[in-house]
Design a protein around this ligand. Sequence first.
Ligand SMILES: *Cc1c(COP(=O)(O)O)cnc(C)c1O
Length: 349
Amino acid sequence: MPRSTFIPLRQFASDNYSGICPEAWAAMDEANRGHARAYGEDPWTRKATHLIRKIFDTNCEVFFVFNGTAANSLALASACQPFHSVICHEYAHVNTDECGAPGFFAHGGTLATVKGSNGKLRPADIEQACLARSDIHAHRPGAVTITQATELGTVYSPAEIKAIRRKADQWNLTFHMDGARFANAVASLGIAPSLLSWKAGVDVLSLGGTKNGMAMGEALIFFNRKFATDFGHRCKQGGQLASKMRFIAAQWIGLLEDGAWLRHATHANRIAQLLERKLRSIHGLRIAFPRQANAVFVDMPPVLVKRLRHKGWRFYTDVGPGPARLMCSWDSTGEDVDAFVHDIKSALR
Ligand SMILES: *Cc1c(COP(=O)(O)O)cnc(C)c1O
C-alpha cells in the first residue's frame, strides 16, 4: 500500500481513525501460530471472558461481536419485546448513527428520545418519557440506554447512574449502557469498572474495544444473565458470530491482561485535557461541554473550520448540536496538539 494512502498527520476526527495498539497487535500475532477451534470454542475466547469477569469482579455472561452497532442493537433486542420503546438521549449513537438497527433487530421496537444537557439523561426526563403515553396504541417503554462516556464527551458519575436505575425500577425498564468509550469513563473517574456498571444497576453493557485500540471487536456483557438466554443464536442470526473468534478475543487479552485498556484511555484523556487547555487560551474559541473524557467540543467561527479543513485537518461538525468535535485516541501526541493549535493560530491571524 503506498504511503499516500495514509493520512499524513494524526487527526482529531475520531478515535477510530487510529491504528491497532501494539498490545492488541502482539496478541493477534500470538494467536496466529497455527490452527485452533472456531466459533469461540478456543482458549483465547475462554481467557478473554475470564479476564472480563475478573475486571468487573462478577460472573457475567460475555459475547464478542464485530462492532458497536451490533452490540447495542442485539442487546436491546434481547431486552425488549417488539412493542417496546427504548428511552435514549436525542444525541445517543443508537438514535443518530445506527441506521435504525435497534428497531430492525427488535422487530418493530422503537426509540423514544429525550433531551438533556451535556448529552446526559436525567431521571426526570425518563419519567416524562414514561408518562407521555400509557394507552394501548403506543409503544410501551421497555428499556433505557445511556452512553458512558457520552457522545458529548461527558461522564456519568456512579450516583447519576444509580438514580437512573431507581427510575428504571419504578417503570420496569431494562438498563443498557453503550460503553463504546467506557474505558475513557473509567480512566476519567479513576474507580473500579464495577462501580460504573453492575454495582450502579446496569443490566447490560456494550464494552468498546475498537476505539480503545483494537482493529475491531466489542464485548457484550450481561450482568443480568436472564437477557443472555439463547443470545448466541441471536448473534449468529444477526451475522455477528465470528468464526475465527480468537482474533477478536486475543485483542481483548492484549488490552486487558496488563491494563493497557486503561493506560490507553488515560493517555487519550490526558491529550484531550492538553488540547482543551491550549484551546481555552485562544481568543474567539469556546469550549462547548465539560471535557471529562477524550473529546473536546469547541465552538469555532465557520471561517476557521474552513481554513483548518483546507490545511488538511479532519474533524466532525455534525455530532450533537454541532460544535467542532476533536477526539483524541491512544496514539495522539502532544506534537499533534501543537501542530493543530499552531494551524489555528496562523489561520486566525
Ligand atoms: C463508535 C460508537 C459506537 C460503535 O459504532 P460502530 O461503528 O458500530 O462500531 C457505539 N456508540 C458510540 C457512542 C460510539 O461512539
